[in-house]
Design a protein around this ligand. Structure first.
Ligand code: GLY
Length: 317
């Protein structure tokens, strides 16, 4: 038996390092990926997930999250939840419920409070100020207000052969109240079957929902494709189809892992991710769309990491 874990964006890396240790120590995959996502939710400088996430156009931070167990197919989800410190933990708790396992808005927040999850104001001063500045900018320059939809999605495999996937996102910055992206939606934002593998998405939810790409990648792996071949086929096939029939394709990136801990990535934008398995220590990579529907994957550079660190912490006027 082997283990593995893969997650979206550079932001996942520190949590993934800790989670990979848990998997090496024979801890359960659900615990490892929940801890990994919580680390991202708790970090105030990541502006698209949890504490520090950017709010909707009314200045309210509405968050989406999901958890799926690949052994039992149990799924829990929250959409438009407010004030919950760790939406992923709320989603995981909901996955244990036979009924009412996907809750939205007030109902989701009420569940989190009643179930004893830590709640409080999740909007940081930095996020509030960024929202205020964007409101001004949009008014002055008649801009499209929408920006940023970087979900953290993590797929894990533990030494007992169990797989699970979790997502968490504050969604599109300046979204309308009640707008929900792909992240809490099974098949679009995530899917996992421990007998095959799992996949998860980040990008423009409105377009990801049109393709159900997470399910499609798992289905293709189930037909015998390698994770990389499945990701390339599903993502670039849909990217072309969407451009042809809808006229455009928003940014999206998908990652996947199979039951052997082998992984794949495909993207139509510049994308970073972190991955570890029994034969490779946790590392961050850069991915972009290559020629002929393939993906170019390179190790991240020190320069890129330094510029990222500077960018996420730069002072807001
Ligand atoms: N992928 C996250 C969102 O669109 O909300």
């Amino acid at each position: 038996m082997t283990w593995g874990i893969i997650g979206t964006w550079r932001m996942v890396h520190d949590g993934l390092v800790a989670a990979s240790k848990m998997l090496q120590e024979n801890k359960r995959v659900g615990d490892a990926i929940e801890e990994c996502v919580k680390a991202v939710e708790d970090y105030p400088y990541y502006k698209s997930v949890g504490y520090g996430g950017l709010p909707n156009e009314e200045g309210i931070l509405e968050m989406d999250a999901a958890f799926m167990d690949g052994d039992t197919f149990e799924i829990g989800g929250v959409a438009g939840i407010v004030d919950a410190k760790n939406p992923v933990s709320v989603a995981r708790a909901l996955s244990k419920q036979k009924f009412n396992s996907f809750r939205v808005g007030e109902g989701a927040t009420k569940f989190a409070r009643l179930a004893g999850f830590e709640c409080g104001n999740m909007l940081t001063e930095r996020a509030r100020r960024t929202w205020e500045l964007r409101l001004d900018e949009v008014k002055k320059n008649n801009l499209n207000p929408y920006d940023g939809h970087d979900t953290v999605g993590v797929i894990g495999l533990d030494l007992s052969g169990s797989m699970a996937v979790a997502t968490s996102s504050s969604g599109l910055f300046m979204k309308k109240a009640g707008r929900v992206g792909d992240s809490p939606l099974s098949g679009s934002g995530f899917y996992v079957d421990s007998e095959i593998g799992g996949a998860t998405a980040t990008g423009l939810g409105e377009d990801l929902m049109k393709g159900c790409l997470s399910y499609e990648i798992v289905r293709l792996m189930g037909e015998g494709l390698s994770p990389q071949a499945a990701a390339d086929k599903a993502v670039y096939g849909f990217h072309h189809k969407l451009r042809k029939r809808y006229g455009k394709a928003g940014a999206f990136s998908l990652i996947c892992m199979n039951l052997k801990g082998e992984w794949g990535v495909a993207t139509n934008v510049d994308f970073t991710f972190s991955v570890a398995n029994e034969s490779a220590a946790p590392a961050i990579y850069f991915a972009k769309m290559g020629q002929n529907d393939t993906t170019v994957i390179e190790p991240i550079t020190e320069e890129w990491l330094a510029a990222y660190e500077k960018r996420i912490k730069q002072p807001i006027e």
